[in-house]
Write a protein that binds this ligand. Structure first.
Ligand code: TXA
Ligand code: MG
Length: 318
C-alpha cells in the first residue's frame, strides 16, 4: 500500500526524481507526474492502464505558468481563467513543443487547469515543472475523491498519496475549448454552464463519445462501477428488480419500500453541489458491498445537475 501523508517536500522530491504521486484537487484526486518528462508521462499511462489515445490534463499554479506552455490564449479563455482559476475548469489551448506529444495524444491542443487546493498549490509553486494528472483511478472506473479510494486501487503501484482530505467539488473539471473564437464545452463538470455563460455568453456543448476526437476520453461507458447501474423512477425500479439484491442512490430522500440501510441519499437539502460531492463515494461504497444492482435516479438539471446526470448515464452504460 502507498504511504498517505501531508508532506509536500516528500511529494516534490518524488516528482523531481521522475516518480508519480497522487495529489488532491478540489475535483478529484489526480495521479501526477512531471508533464515535461516523457518517461514520467509513460508511467502515468501504465499505472492507470490507460490507452495512449486519451490525452492528459496539465496542472499549473497560475495563468502565467500556463502562458509558458501554450502558443496563445484566446481573449475569452483569459477572461475565464481570471474569473475561475484556481478552480474546476480545464481550458484546451494550442500547445508549445515543450509539451510532449504523449501528453496530448498527438493533438495540437493541451488541456490546462489550475487546481484550487492549498496543498497542491503549494506543491505546484515549489516545482519547476507543471504536473500531468489524470484522475487517480484505473481507466474507466469511478474517480477517487479521498485518499483511501486511491489506495484501494493504485496503492500497490505508487509510493505516496498526498492527503488533502475529501475533495470539495467531487466531480471532474469542466473542459472548454475554442474554435475560431467560439467556445465549446467538451465535458460537463465541476463548474456549471450557467457560471461560464454569465462571463462569456452562450457556449456550445459537444459531449461524448468515442466518435468525438476532441475529447477522446469521453467514452460512453466511463466513470463506471463494476456493479450494474440502472437509472429511472426509483419506486418502479424497486418493483421491477424485487428479486435481486438491490441498493439505491437517491437524490434527496430515501424511498419507503426498501431497507434504509441499503440506500444512500446524495443531498437531503436537494443541493446539486452537495450531490456532486458525494456521488463518487456513494458509487464506490455500494460497489464494494454485497449488492447485485445499484438503482438510481436523475437529479434536477440546474447547477451541477447536468454534470451529475452525465456521470450517471456513463456509469449505467454497459
Ligand atoms: O478534474 C479534473 O479534470 C481531474 C483532476 C485530477 O484535475 N482530472 C481528470 O483527468 O479528470 P482525466 O484524465 O481523468 O480526464 C481528462 C479528460 C479526458 O477525457 C481527456 O480525453 C480530456 O480530458 N482531454 C485532455 N486533454 C485533452 C485535449 N487536448 N483535447 C481534448 N480532450 C482532452
Ligand atoms: Mg478520469
Amino acid at each position: 500500500m502507498a504511504e498517505i501523508g501531508k508532506d509536500i517536500i516528500k511529494a516534490k522530491l518524488l516528482l523531481e526524481s521522475g516518480e508519480l504521486v497522487a495529489i488532491p484537487t478540489e475535483t478529484v484526486y489526480g495521479l501526477a507526474g512531471n508533464a515535461l518528462d516523457p518517461t514520467a508521462v509513460v508511467k502515468i499511462f501504465t499505472v492507470k492502464d490507460r490507452p495512449h489515445f486519451d490525452p492528459l490534463i496539465v496542472h499549473v499554479s497560475s495563468l502565467d505558468q500556463a502562458k509558458n506552455l501554450v502558443e496563445s490564449i484566446p481573449e475569452k479563455a483569459i477572461k475565464l481563467a481570471h474569473v475561475f482559476w484556481p478552480g474546476p475548469l480545464t481550458i484546451l489551448l494550442k500547445k508549445k513543443a515543450i509539451i510532449p506529444d504523449l501528453v496530448t495524444a498527438g493533438m495540437d491542443t493541451v488541456g490546462i487547469r489550475c487546481p484550487d487546493h492549498t496543498l497542491t498549490q503549494s506543491l505546484l509553486q515549489s516545482l519547476s515543472f507543471p504536473l500531468a494528472a489524470p484522475s487517480a483511478n484505473p481507466f474507466g472506473y469511478v474517480s477517487p475523491t479521498q485518499p483511501s479510494h486511491v489506495n484501494d486501487q493504485l496503492g500497490n503501484q505508487i509510493n505516496y498519496i498526498l492527503d488533502g482530505g475529501v475533495c470539495q467539488v467531487g466531480i471532474e473539471s469542466t473542459i472548454i475549448g475554442f474554435e475560431n473564437d467560439e467556445a465549446i464545452v467538451f465535458r460537463l463538470g465541476g463548474l456549471s454552464l450557467e457560471a461560464i455563460e454569465k462571463e462569456i455568453g452562450k457556449v456550445a456543448v459537444q459531449l461524448n463519445s468515442s466518435s468525438n476526437p476532441k475529447a477522446p476520453g469521453q467514452l460512453k461507458s466511463h466513470y463506471a462501477p463494476q456493479k450494474k447501474v440502472v437509472i429511472g423512477n426509483l419506486p418502479e425500479l424497486v418493483k421491477k428488480y424485487a428479486s435481486k439484491k438491490i441498493a439505491v442512490i437517491a437524490f434527496s430522500k430515501k424511498i419507503e419500500t426498501i431497507n434504509p440501510d441499503h440506500q444512500i441519499v446524495l443531498s437531503q437539502s436537494g443541493s446539486t453541489e452537495e450531490a456532486a460531492q458525494r456521488l463518487f463515494s456513494a458509487l464506490r461504497e455500494l460497489d464494494k458491498k454485497d449488492f447485485e444492482i445499484i438503482l438510481t435516479e436523475l437529479v434536477p438539471e440546474s447547477g451541477l445537475g447536468k454534470a451529475i446526470n452525465d456521470r450517471l448515464h456513463r456509469a449505467a452504460a454497459q
